[in-house]
Ligand binder design. Sequence first.
Ligand code: SAM
Length: 208
Amino acid sequence: MGKEEMIKRLRGMVDENVVEAMAAVPRELFVPDDHKREAYDDTPLPIGRGQTISAPHMVAIMCHILDLRLGMMVLEVGAGCGYHAAVMARLVGESGHVYAIERIAELAFRARENLARAKATNVTVIHGDGSLGLPEHAPFDRISVAASAPKIPSPLKDQLKPGGKLVIPVGSLDQQLMLVTRDDGFEVKRYMGVIFVPLIGEHGFSEG
Ligand code: SAM
């Protein structure tokens, strides 16, 4: 599938600003050389170390659900190759910022290179355990988690601003995409069944 076909499929599925951001970010810069020809196929692709770049429709749906606006401060847990962070960075614009955490150092390094090539300047990639959030830059307007957790990590909920939103897949075999909104308490809404790699860390699954 080419880029035009990908964009056509996303129209009507998600907000137009998300479609525009997906059109603006060159996905081919984020996939390994041996998968460049499939860059716009609507499927996850391997990025090394047993991890994947998420399918385009999943990145678009998560951005749509989060309702990202200009100027927002965003945390991404599970940066992988940096593609999803680059799309969110377009949506929050130069007045906003995306902090993207990745637990595998080699992927964090490559994500930084990919984001630099894509000229995404309002993203900072950090190597670490994102299940703990990023207290030094909290609170966040939005948090996007790209790996499935056993349950919603409490540090992530606590690092949301009032009115803030967190999108996260939860479960192991049966995974559900959840949206948490912080108001007086936490409202939790279930969206759809999904398939993600596991969130590994202190508030995630244990390794191995
Ligand atoms: N955001 C990516 C994209 O642009 O398509 C997809 C990321 S991939 C589906 C999920 C990533 O989460 C993997 O690279 C994995 O190493 C990472 N991960 C898993 N547990 C993590 C944790 N506790 N903290 C940070 N990253 C984690």
